[in-house]
Design a protein. Structure first.
Length: 110
């Protein structure tokens, strides 16, 4: 798992002219700009990485798990990420040939 702090540290390490404070500010500005754009309903596309958009979840009837009572769940707008082709291929390339993908059964051993 990579945290925001890890991202700041990686940015600082990769670009020696940036201080830790500069890297923190850069990461904060980028994430804030992305959050603001999504909150306004805009779509964000980063070529080679993926796209962020806002999806609508329609209202529905749910169940209270404790009582089993049916409760109305209101409509929601939720952020959605769709990875780009380059990212999908890079992640897939990391899968060792002898290991199945997560959630897939292991092949029988001879």
């Amino acid at each position: 798992m990579m945290t925001r702090s890890d991202l700041v540290a990686a940015l600082t390490e990769r670009f020696g002219q940036l201080t830790q404070r500069d890297s923190e500010l850069a990461v904060k500005l980028i994430l804030d700009a992305m959050s603001d754009a999504l909150a306004r309903g805009h779509r964000i596309e980063i070529r080679g990485f993926g796209s962020f958009s806002v999806s609508r979840r329609p209202p529905r009837l749910g169940r209270n798990p404790r009582s089993g009572e049916r409760v109305p769940v209101p409509e929601k707008l939720v952020p959605h990420f769709k990875p780009g082709k380059a990212l999908r291929e890079a992640v897939d390339a990391r899968l060792p040939a002898d290991r199945p993908a997560p959630g897939q059964p292991r092949p029988p051993q001879p």
